[in-house]
Design a protein around this ligand. Structure first.
Ligand SMILES: Nc1ncnc2c1ncn2[C@@H]1O[C@H](COP(=O)(O)OP(=O)(O)OP(=O)(O)O)[C@@H](O)[C@H]1O
Ligand SMILES: [Mg+2]
Length: 122
């Protein structure tokens, strides 16, 4: 499986290029998923679907052509659903960044669970 990531500031063409790349890869015979993690999803517009995809099939894969699926992900919901894994990942990230395992876990626990912070950038 190959992951292709398009990032950049607003309006540079991420959605358009992702959609176009998806179409071309599907045409070449690759089973392809175009996924949006932008809270202001516009994939459904790019693929000219009637209703906003989030409301119609929130978070699910939607087949739009042969070999081609699209998905508009609600990042907040996914974080809540996979909180255990996210917690372990942030803890492991702090750990490989030079902190000891115990300290890394303490930091995650403190800043995310105990200290009542809303945001924490590492
Ligand atoms: N290669 C291009 N040439 C000219 N116009 C383009 C090109 N790619 C995209 N556009 C136009 O630029 C505008 C923004 O494109 P798009 O929505 O794909 O960008 P985006 O990076 O996904 O934006 P956002 O950050 O708002 O999600 C659209 O009107 C689109 O039609
Ligand atoms: Mg976009």
């Amino acid at each position: 499986m190959r992951m292709i990531l398009y990032t950049g500031k607003g309006g540079v063409g991420k959605t358009s290029i992702s959609a176009a790349t998806g179409l071309e890869l599907a045409r070449r015979g690759y089973k392809t998923l175009v996924m949006s993690v932008d809270p202001a999803h516009s994939l459904s517009d790019a693929f000219d679907l009637d209703k906003p995809l989030m409301k119609l099939r929130a978070g699910q894969l939607v087949n739009v052509a042969r070999n081609l699926w699209i998905q508009e992900v609600d990042v907040q919901e996914e974080i809540s659903r996979h909180w255990e894994s996210v917690y372990s990942y942030v803890s492991a990230l702090l750990n490989v960044s030079g902190l000891e395992q115990v300290l890394a876990e303490e930091l995650v626990f403190c800043y995310i669970n105990k200290c009542n912070m809303d945001r924490c950038m590492v």
